[in-house]
Design a protein around this ligand. Structure first.
Ligand SMILES: NC(=O)c1ccc[n+]([C@@H]2O[C@H](COP(=O)([O-])OP(=O)(O)OC[C@H]3O[C@@H](n4cnc5c(N)ncnc54)[C@H](OP(=O)(O)O)[C@@H]3O)[C@@H](O)[C@H]2O)c1
Length: 233
């Protein structure tokens, strides 16, 4: 199964105590590490990036949700929808279709994210939401049943339908944990900021499971920042 799905690199900024969420990310002492994180994101040259619903909302959609009433009663064909294949993708794991995209591409000033074609990975969704996604050119695929997304099946589909070979998994903690549980993390790329997290910080993998990794590279990037790369054993 492993080579039938995209290769997954979990790329994250962490505190020295292994947390990935919270106010520490916006502290001045973390900013150089964040800059390195974005530089390395581009250097890893993947076909796109995956984020959980919460991260996509915080980084891109800002909590917007469209008025779906204009799609009342609209017929939508069953199954997946491919709006386009452009070779660079923003893949949103959004079980119930809650993300309010406004067009089919990411519009962001950072070249590591900009112009990525959006693919929604859904478990279940309002038909009107699907009609809305079609109207703005967002692709979507379904994976899993009974409210739970099947991570591995979603990845198999991403490779089969879009030809995606390699993706960054860029958080947050909950989606990273779901990928680890599903045995779908092949590599870690951790930019360690020289700070501890706040008390509400979440770990690299929420509800994770114990795995063993081998260190392939440890680099001091200056300014007390480490870049650690591990392969799954
Ligand atoms: N340090 C870093 O490098 C970095 C990078 C990215 C983000 N972040 C931080 O991470 C924080 C958000 O992380 P988070 O852990 O709260 O949320 P998240 O992982 O971004 O999103 C979690 C959500 O994804 C959806 N989901 C889709 N498939 C799922 C599955 N198989 N299992 C479980 N949930 C699934 C669920 O939303 P539904 O309940 O709606 O289905 C779930 O609540 C932000 O504060 C952001 O700043 C940090």
């Amino acid at each position: 199964m492993k080579n039938q799905r995209p290769y997954i690199i979990c790329h994250m900024t962490t505190s020295v105590d292994g947390k990935v969420t919270g106010d520490f990310l916006s502290r001045p002492d973390t900013q150089d590490a964040i800059d390195e994180y974005y530089r390395i994101n581009r250097d890893l040259r993947c076909d796109g990036y995956i984020c959980g619903r919460v991260t996509m909302e915080g980084s891109f959609t800002g909590g917007y949700y469209p008025d779906l009433t204009e799609f009342n009663g609209v017929e939508v064909p069953d199954g997946d929808f491919i709006a386009e294949k452009n070779g660079f993708y923003a893949v949103a794991f959004d079980r119930r279709g809650r993300l309010g995209w406004q067009c089919g591409k990411i519009e962001d000033s950072d070249p590591g994210y900009d112009s990525a074609h959006i693919i929604e990975v859904l478990n279940t969704a309002d038909k009107r939401y699907l009609a809305y996604l079609r109207s703005i050119g967002v692709s979507y695929i379904f994976a899993g049943k009974d409210g739970e997304l099947d991570v591995e099946y979603a990845l198999l589909k991403l490779k089969e339908l879009f030809g995606i070979e390699k993706l960054l998994l860029e958080g947050g903690s909950i989606i990273n944990g779901a990928f680890l549980q599903a045995n779908c993390v092949d590599e870690l790329s951790l930019v360690v900021a020289p700070v501890t997290a706040d008390e509400d910080g979440m770990p690299l993998f929420s509800d994770g499971t114990s795995k063993t990794f081998s260190l392939k590279k440890a680099e001091h990037l200056g300014k007390n920042i480490l870049h650690l790369q591990y392969d799954l054993c």
